[in-house]
Write a protein that binds this ligand. Sequence first.
Ligand code: GNR
Ligand code: NI
Length: 178
Amino acid sequence: MALRSIINLPYSRLRLVSKPVTILDHQVLKLFDDMLETMYDAPGIGLAAIQLGIDARMVTLDLSKRDDSPPQPLFLANPEIVWSSEERSSFEEGCLSIPDFYEEVERPAKVLVRWQDRQGAVQEMEAEGLLATALQHEIDHLNGVLFIDHISRLKRERVIRKFTKMAKRDVPRDSGRG
Ligand code: GNR
Ligand code: NI
């Protein structure tokens, strides 16, 4: 396994719509392992491949870290929300690609998610609470959507401006445009 670097706002690759994973070959499984290691190292509870700059519909998740239980990694290829509740719930969200910025986001309280596991078998899970929020946050990433897209325009523009300024002072790599 290997650590890979996480790309931050305003890097425009984060806005790409990721492509379905077709063959779960060695390279894809290796990427899953690298994603999990990078997520644990960050640390975070979820990670989408696009946060490593790779536009494949792949997500890792592990919420167990929070309560000192043994690790319970989830590997999701091509995850999709097949049902979401009318009921909403609000969580304070953060994103490894937008460090040190947190804001309340309202989303469906419960979701039914379908995906393929590491063996390519189709799995389904109904989730609520933080898991439901994290799944929606990660599936958003696969569609080029960030949690700041769900907050007020004023707050969103403010945080984008801040990260754009920081990137200019920092190592130049991407204009954030295009
Ligand atoms: O580590 C993370 N924590 C988190 C907290 C509340 C809602 C969503 C998340 S996901 C985030 C990691 C991340 O950026 N995944 O894309
Ligand atoms: Ni995120």
